[in-house]
Design a protein. Sequence first.
Length: 602
Amino acid sequence: MPVLLQILPHSSLGRTDLAVGALIAAAAAVLYWLTAARDFVLGDTPELMTAAITLGVPHPPGYPLFTMLAHLFSLWPGGAVPFRVNLLSAACGTGTVALVYLTALRVCGSRAASACAALVLAGSPLFWKWSLVAEVFPLNNLLAAAMIYALVVWYERPERMGFLAAGAFFSGLALANQQTIVLLGPAVLFVVWRRRDALLRGRWQTIAPTSLAFLLGLLPYAYLPWAAARHPLWNWGDASSAANFIAVVTRQHFGSGQLINSPKYQGGSPADRIVALGASFGLLAGLLVVAGAVQAWRRARWYFWFSALAFAFAGPIFAAYANMDLSVPLSKYVLERFYLLPQVVLAPLMAFGVMLAAELAPRARWLAPTAVLLAVLGGVIANYREIDQSRNHVARRFAEDIFATLAPGSILAVDGDEVIMPLAYLQDVEGCRRDVALVIMPLLHTDWYVEQVRRQFPNLVVPFARYDGRSGTTKMLIEANRGRPFAVDGFNGDDSLKQDYWFYRRGLVDEIEPMSRDVKLDEMIADNQRLFDRYRLPSPNDIKRSSLEPTILTHYATPAAVAGQQCQQFHYEAQAREWYQRALALDPSLSKVREWLASLPQ
């Protein structure tokens, strides 16, 4: 403990410092290894895995750096392929923790305080959670932490221009992964301005290499047209042409200047989003950051202003601008990932907070770091079960149950990320149910996807240039493929179906049937009972509530609720009660089903 508590000169990093950093990184690595997902989970993970494993292109801006690195991880021997890809995030989380320790040590000089700051970040529920699944945000955290560390070292010794070039290179790489790294731009400019004399002395001898390093960091974007030209199974936007490449990189599909383009998720109060940002830190980290800001103002004012600027733009300003309604559960899930960058930015400040606490009790300097470490350990123990992803196969089983519902040669029109992504992974990566033509309806509005789906399913006839519900309709797609079963999941069709077709709820899908077909109630009940007996129904206790997984419960509960309604309509009250109770056992949040159940005669 005396070695850890020693205050060091800011410029020195010796073997002991590196050994402590290695121990911290090892602790984080073990935690993330034990709790990392062994399978794909809901969210962007199945899509990102599909693109990485097959060398495809994920949704805009294409995430080329992540895709290439994740592909390399998928090639490692040992373990299931999804687990290997998930380990990229675990490695990035571990590296970020190590860099936070080194940065804190540079600016505050205390091993114990720096170790505490790194471990608080490592055990933060939000940071821990997103270090366990394949996502672009952990890589963004790592590159941001690397850029900040390089800038801190350069600020201390501005004659070492290589660190400035390294910071520029990391920022270019980060831009080739997650474009929110630009939010750190004002803070970077502040540091550069503070050391402008060093830049002006070297002029082009320093500015040119730094600019070149930044441009080299952008090179991964060359992957996008190369991959798209190969026509992989997952090829969002077909970036093989210059116009499509620009559209993908600038996120034209979502609206280049907005985070999300769906009106039902937009709106809400900026104050609510900022409050949610603050709450994401948790009590321990929040207190240490506030105390650390006070201490940094006293001891390292330049770093205080750097952190304040970086946090202001990456945190409150971005949260206010994001225009997402947090009353919608999906919005909260999407936005929380963007709170990771502000946490990484402020993490080194927590070391100053530990130092301030130690100063307040000079006769027991060990008390503050010990209390922090015990609080971190207690938090890990308390949150372990909820965050642990190592036994999570809910998304896989859900997708497999959907495929098991379908007749051979079916066409399945889908909408909703919780449906699309797992099905696409199973089909494109693992070859599951290649006889099923999986049609992603939100993308069928685009020219590039129509051509892609025709290549992927040569036996599927798409009789229009694009789907719009008028000149290209669901009815046209059905009738161009007569003789093939047609089902939908998450997609409600369009007005073209009203006169000639109806929706028959069969398990997890709706089959679109001609009006001429009549299905008896007994047949419907027997059909759904047979499917429910085969399904691997999730328990509400197995669902990660702070994720998209509650939507899976609704998917499983819906056919039971529909069966209950049909039974009630024909006055089979006992059977209606049984189906309603089954629906509520799967998804207790279905208040409408609870009303229907209460309306049955006792």
